[in-house]
Design a protein around this ligand. Structure first.
Ligand code: MG
Length: 383
């Protein structure tokens, strides 16, 4: 390689600086996606954003060639909204409120579409995104490979998919993730406020107390919670890679290890809290477009204090805490109408779904081994 003379090198630098300035100064009315280090990044799979049940059926029954041909033929026909669609729309609404208050800030939600679809199908996805006016600039074509590497590269704060294996893999890697389900009936959701409902144990918190309920029953659990009321819920089990607004790589690394005691969704609640505080700082607490709910089967009197104290010890707020003392969650969620409800136990998901709540299963903790309090027979693991 020939060496560059100093004058040529200087000219080259100048060219580069001019080119960079040109692109930096390009004006567009289309909002640009924020940089991953500032954004709250939500990765959604194409099958959660859009309802692709019919298309999937063609893929499974007729094979990939017919599937791609069908998608090409229907390229200009927008896909129907899927389970994550109302949630994504609500995120966009929060973004426009944030942009009004902080025009220069990149602390916004950023949506990444994860898909292992054939590139040809990408055109139908893009057409559908444009049809609904969604701001999704980042596409990630995984080509059927594990999404973990991409989720980490995009610094993902929440991953939503229909594939529970990929979701489990993400959770094992310390990424907040959930498997989404479409509700059986549709309900009208608020279009001015993003509403997110979380279960407590094994979702925001570790499954430490859930283990006691499952293995020793409720009385032992109540005693345990009373005894440890002032000790935050903890479990050295889960990592968290997404506490990252405005923090450098080293801080994030420290946060990853420090937070190895929280439930898988804690980081996402934290990210929502950081954006909520931006509204509070502009005196918009009462009119904040993000509202969070804790919907737990715990009862307030016997085991509620510990969860509230745990949240306080983490410096996290939740707008409404609802203690159901074992009552079904579905009817209450029907009133809250969240854009997404996270729970680790499938029977709560099923109950919520039946009554029209968009639900997301967090496959984490001891609850995965039980159904309605009964131990599920586990198939023997093959090595
Ligand atoms: Mg739970």
């Amino acid at each position: 390689m020939s060496e560059m003379k100093p004058a040529e090198a200087a000219a080259d630098d100048q060219d580069w600086a001019a080119a960079k300035a040109f692109f930096d100064n390009l004006k567009t009315k289309v909002p640009r996606p924020p940089k991953p280090q500032y954004a709250v990044t939500i990765a959604v799979s194409s099958r959660t954003l859009f309802n692709m049940v019919a298309e999937r059926k063609i893929y499974e029954e007729e094979g990939v060639e017919n599937y791609v041909a069908f998608q090409l033929e229907h390229e200009s026909e927008p896909l129907k909204p899927g389970a994550a669609f109302p949630f994504v729309k609500a995120l966009m609404n929060v973004n426009s409120r944030l942009r009004e208050l902080y025009p220069e800030s990149e602390e916004l939600f950023d949506i990444v579409l994860m898909t292992n679809n054939h590139a040809q199908v990408g055109v139908r996805l893009i057409n559908s995104i444009n049809h609904y006016g969604l701001t999704i600039e980042r596409f990630c074509m995984t080509g059927g490979k594990s999404p973990i590497g991409y989720l980490k590269a995009y610094m993902t704060n929440l991953y939503l998919s229909k594939d529970s294996e990929k979701v489990t893999e993400a959770i094992d890697e310390g990424i907040a993730a959930a498997t989404m389900f479409l509700p059986e009936t549709e309900s009208n959701l608020c279009d001015t406020q993003l509403r997110v409902a979380f279960d407590g144990d094994a979702v925001l918190f570790s499954d430490e107390s859930e283990i006691i309920v499952k293995q020793h029953g409720l009385d032992r659990f109540f005693e345990h919670e009373k005894q440890f009321e002032n000790k935050p819920l903890a479990q050295v089990r889960h990592g968290c890679s997404s506490a990252r607004l405005n923090s450098g790589a080293r801080e994030r690394e420290a946060a990853f290890h420090d937070e190895s005691r929280a439930g898988p969704l804690k980081c996402f609640l934290e990210a929502l809290g950081k954006l909520q505080r931006k509204f509070y700082a502009k005196n918009q607490r009462m009119d904040c477009p993000i509202r969070t709910f804790l919907v737990t089967a715990r009862s307030a009197a016997s085991s509620g204090a510990r969860v509230l104290k745990t949240l306080r010890s983490w410096g996290l707020e939740i707008d409404e805490a609802l203690f159901l003392a074992g009552a079904p969650k579905g009817p209450l969620l029907q009133k809250i109408k969240p854009h997404i409800f996270f729970d680790d136990q499938m029977f709560h998901i099923e109950g919520a779904q039946e009554l029209g709540t968009i639900s997301a299963h967090v496959p984490y903790g001891i609850g995965q081994k039980y159904h309605k309090g009964k131990l599920i027979e586990q198939p023997e693991k093959k090595n």
